[in-house]
Design a protein around this ligand. Structure first.
Ligand code: F6R
Length: 591
């Protein structure tokens, strides 16, 4: 959470514009305030505003911010409320050093106590770093030495960029547990929280690892460890088309990404056979298999548990990454853990994987962002190829994660080729499903817009789809939504169903159809307004969001589509921005 971008160039540039355009690509990481610091002449030119980047743009003329070096930040508040003073960059009291930081400095209170005489103007942990930097420089250290000393004092997670008006040709960067990537272009070096701001300038990137410090000059860079020893780094090439991270004709990224699913599903099938087969082999040889993830990816993992069971008769455990440390005793050297993550940067997953690796278990991963931390720390990784997902609510990544899990299940029974042939039809079916539901969900959203609660029910593999439908709805429309196994209703939640309560039954024509229908009828008997997601209608339903008929095992990929659309339409009808839900950010890089 929080996005940072910085650059250093050999020539004078429209630094404000370069940095602002970079922040635009990272706005999904935080959007409560933003700031830019550029060195102009021999001083730091600082601009900060609270609100989104649109607010920033309205208040600041970025074209006026010229310079050869600058840093910028879009914030998701952790320490200190959303105020201009708490927004980044933070500047030292002498006005010479500016830094941006993504992460949390855990020992900042103790460090603050040692900085007697410094007048702090913000409530942030970050201001302590800049104050320490000034103290080290005042004590006779050069910029790099001061940075290194400060990094050795701070504890916690960070991706930091620092500039110094007294040494304007150098930007310093460091990371621990928060993402940071360097980009090398002609006569310019960049650093950013992910590759998207870099892609506008270069495809050559350098992945910084935890405990590394980078010294960036316009035409060269050096990387060191925290003791100051030089580290050799390789330059990697990344390929993502910039246009795929633009909104195009759509009102919101979320809608664009929902509508992209016919294509992203097709791309998810373009995995080398060997990679999928290696996952299957590792699963069949492992002593125990655990799928680990958070949020939407966790729902994909739960669906994976059902589909691996049904297609390949293989049992896997699923664990929520933030709960992993409390349940890790069964892990052994020959256990296999498969992490699922869109961003590949989720702190809860990364922290769990570190412990898993210490235990000697194998780590495989299914990620969307190539070269992400989770991909890099895995023994083997599969990229889902969904393309950039900018909307905070995960949509196309979910269906592509499911697609990979299906392929692994088919590989486990030696039927990857046949399975893929069947799955090839999913792209067309997804398109049909979108056409069938785009307008219908809009009309339904108008009916549901002022309800208090919505319940989502499903059995078997439709259960994680109920969970995912509820998560999508609550996170962007702010309506209370709860997803559950349909059989669980009568164990408590049914007490909340009264006249008019919307109950959405994910009930395709599969082997649990009749049982879920009975549960829907039970809610109807208590006055519920029953909506079904199905390819088979029934008079009990007040509304039907149709999905096309498909091979039974693939219903989840189609079943989630009307729910994504409905959540989107609910947010829009209720006047909320689906791309930027309050309090949330796309990459959750804090614990
Ligand atoms: C919900 C959503 C989140 C993420 C979760 C994990 O729409 O996007 O619940 O799924 O934060 O993120 P990744 O997949 O990046 O690890």
């Amino acid at each position: 959470m929080c996005g940072i971008v910085g650059f250093v160039s050999e020539k004078e540039e429209n630094a404000g514009k370069i940095l602002f355009d970079g922040l635009r690509k990272l706005e999904y990481r935080g959007y409560d305030s933003a700031g830019i610091a550029v060195i102009s002449g021999d001083s730091i030119n600082l601009e900060k505003e609270i609100g989104t980047l649109d607010d920033f743009e309205a208040a600041v003329d970025v074209d006026e911010l010229n310079g050869k070096i600058g840093i910028s930040h879009t914030r998701w508040a952790t320490h200190g409320g959303v105020t201009k003073l708490n927004a980044h960059p933070h500047v030292s009291q002498d006005g010479n050093i500016a830094i941006v930081h993504n992460g949390i400095i855990e020992n900042y209170q103790e460090l603050k106590n040692d900085l007697k005489g410094v007048k702090f103007i913000s409530e942030t942990d970050t201001e302590v770093i800049v104050a320490l930097m000034q103290k080290e420089i005042d004590g006779g250290n050069d910029f790099f030495e001061a940075f290194k000393k400060v990094l050795n004092k701070i504890e916690g997670s960070y991706a930091i960029l620092a500039i110094n008006a007294r040494q304007p040709g150098v930007m310093l960067a460091a990371k621990n547990e928060s993402p940071l990537i360097l980009g090398k272009a002609l006569g310019k070096m960049f650093a950013a929280s992910d590759s998207m701001p870099l892609l506008m300038h270069t495809s050559e990137v350098i992945y910084l690892e935890d405990g590394e410090i980078a010294k960036l000059m316009a035409k060269s860079f050096e990387v060191f460890d925290l003791k100051g020893n030089k580290i050799a780094k390789t330059i990697s090439k990344i390929e993502t088309h910039i246009e795929s991270s633009e909104k195009g004709m759509y009102a919101h990224f979320m809608l664009k990404e929902i509508m992209e699913q016919p294509n992203s599903l097709k791309r998810s099938l373009q995995q080398p056979y060997g990679d999928v087969e290696e996952f299957a082999k590792a699963i069949s040889q492992a002593r125990g298999v655990m799928l680990i993830a958070c949020g939407t990816a966790l729902h994909a993992a739960i669906a994976g548990q059902y589909l691996l069971d049904r297609i390949a008769q293989k049992h896997v455990n699923v664990i929520n990454a933030s709960e992993f440390s409390y349940l890790q005793t069964s892990l052994q050297k020959n256990s296999l853990v498969i992490a699922i993550s869109q961003s590949g940067e989720t702190a809860d997953v990364i922290n769990a994987l570190k412990k898993i690796k210490q235990k000697g278990a194998k780590v495989y991963s299914i990620v969307n962002v190539e070269g992400s931390s989770i991909a890099r720390m895995s023994d083997k990784t599969i990229g889902i190829k969904a393309g950039p997902e900018i909307g905070v609510a995960s949509t196309k990544a979910f269906t592509s994660q499911l697609s990979i899990l299906y392929q692994i299940a088919f590989a486990l029974i030696g039927k990857l080729e046949e399975g893929r042939k069947e799955m090839d039809k999913l792209s067309g079916l997804a398109r049909l499903c979108l056409d069938m539901n785009l307008d219908k969900t809009k009309a339904l959203a108008e009916k549901l817009a002022n309800k208090r609660d919505i319940y989502f029910i499903g059995r078997g593999i439709n259960y994680p789809i109920a969970l995912e439908g509820a998560l999508k709805t609550k996170e962007i429309s702010y309506l209370h939504a709860e997803g559950m196994a349909a059989g669980e209703l009568k164990h408590g939640t049914l007490a909340l169903v009264e006249k008019g309560t919307p109950v959405i039954a994910i009930n395709p024509n599969d082997f649990v159809h009749a049982e879920t229908l009975s549960n829907a009828i039970e809610t109807k008997a208590r006055g519920a307004f029953v909506i079904a997601i199905s390819d088979k209608n029934n008079p009990v339903y007040d509304e039907l969001l149709s999905i096309p008929g498909a091979s039974e095992e693939f219903y989840p990929i189609l079943g989630i589509i009307p729910l994504q659309l409905l959540a989107y339409q609910l947010a829009v009808v209720r006047g909320k921005n689906p791309d930027k839900p309050r309090n949330l950010a796309k990459s959750v890089t804090v614990k």
